[in-house]
Write a protein that binds this ligand. Sequence first.
Ligand code: ADP
Length: 166
Amino acid sequence: MELRKGDITKIKADAIVNAANSSLLGGGGVDGAIHRAGGPEILEECKQIRNRQGKCNTGEAVVTTAGNLPAKYVIHTVGPVWDNDEEKCSKLLANCYKNSLKLAESLHVKTVSFPNISTGVYRFPKELAAKIAVQEVSTFDSQLIENVIFVCFDDENEKIYKALLE
Ligand code: ADP
């Protein structure tokens, strides 16, 4: 596990995880940044997925091309909107990490980068979100994934991850 500070669209990885919303049709925050930097191909594939399976449920993950990003795939996962139900939200956020890692494993990738899912407009408490992220990655039983990069965009998350990973 590794910590990087900055914009996830600039960091090379085999698979970049996106904190998408259930519509899969793009949004603000990291989702907007990924679609802007990756180009229209990503949205095209998201639309095809929607036509096939409908919206993506919270905690689940789907994969598309990475378009122009320095990656092979984008894994779109839908984080929970924090509603003060700690048990339910924690479980759903853990599912995001688990299902993204499972999907990455099935794609035979070696490096996966994660943004701090749900800690933006979805208001998940950052400290708890980071604990869940590190817990799920460290307990995931992987044969193929060699490196997981936690990409922190804001100072607060960077500080929290630094302390957790030390
Ligand atoms: P959510 O709806 O899951 O909360 P957001 O995109 O609002 O998603 O925020 C998730 C996290 O992504 C936040 O911690 C935010 O600071 C971070 N973030 C925003 N833009 C980027 C980016 N370009 N690269 C990496 N992380 C980003």
